[in-house]
Ligand binder design. Sequence first.
Ligand code: SAM
Length: 349
Amino acid sequence: MDHLGGYSQLLSCYVWKLKNCKFHMCSSEAVATIWTIEQVHRNYNFSMQKGRGRTSRIRRRKLLRTSASGGVNESHRSEFIELKKWLKERKFEDRNLTPAYFPGTGRGLMSKTSLREGQMIISLPESCLLTTDTVIQSYLGPYITKWMPPPSPLLALCTFLVSEKHAGDQSLWKPYLDILPKSYTCPVCLEPEVVDVLPQPLKAKAKEQRARVQEFFASSRDFFSFLQPLFVEAIDSIFSYSAFLWAWCTVNTRAVYLRPRWRECLSAEPDTCALAPYLDLLNHSPHIQVKAAFNKETGCYEIRAASRCRKHEQVFICYGPHDNQRLLLEYGFVSLHNPHACVYVSTEI
Ligand SMILES: C[S@@+](CC[C@H](N)C(=O)[O-])C[C@H]1O[C@@H](n2cnc3c(N)ncnc32)[C@H](O)[C@@H]1O
């Protein structure tokens, strides 16, 4: 009852803050409050499950130690155990980081040991990357090669994601697909009535983005129909707008940058995106500078720490010098204390 009392008190305090302060709170404060509610809820669930033995005491102490730095270790979760096995088969093992949940930023990666400036923090072999090469070498390859005009690199990646997600247990990428978000918070995924209450300049951008994605989907439907021989179910039920939007957001919010490559069977748009399982659990901080790139000599996508990081701290990378409007549009979040923050003023004002 103690737990329940404390929990509901804390929760109602935050809910009250959200309800009553919504007119005074900026969107980033509101988002932070929602995250705090989530964290209270998670801590509550954890404490209700705790046992009374020595092992539970040790575990609890360990949790307190890690939560002192903000993160709760999540490496015990079945999806991360499966992902780790899958990465090991592809010659990747991580000694520096571990998946964890952080108040404020949500799921991310936490350092297991202190990291020096310039130290390699992740070196992910090419065999773990999902690129257009992966797609072309798959069962989709012959269809992509035959389709005219050639599909874009982005369409190839989205098609592969939707198809593999549909394959479920049969997919070779299942352990990766299982850790991907089920839904996204980018404005392109919001209901039009919600977009309507956004500030004018952001609303215009969000509408533009939605129209672009809808047009991209509409213009790809003939290509999807061409893939029907690969599936038993009707193609429209597999390549629905919601499945396509999920795949688009997956690439848009998580892909890393590779040097442009050109493939004859793909359109001339730059082919620069790769999905990098595990590495894509790194969250963004505008205050961090990291060195990240594909190293041709080692055949790995490498990230080096640009500054030191203490044990059990969240390890961040920087997605770019983005203001909060851009972060929300492209990644579905805003950054507190963003040095690139700016206010957009419409021309009428
Ligand atoms: C590359 S993923 C990073 C891992 C992600 N948090 C996850 O759980 O899979 C990018 C997404 O993480 C979230 N994210 C990244 N940095 C963040 C931050 N500083 N604050 C809040 N959310 C963040 C956003 O949802 C973003 O679209």
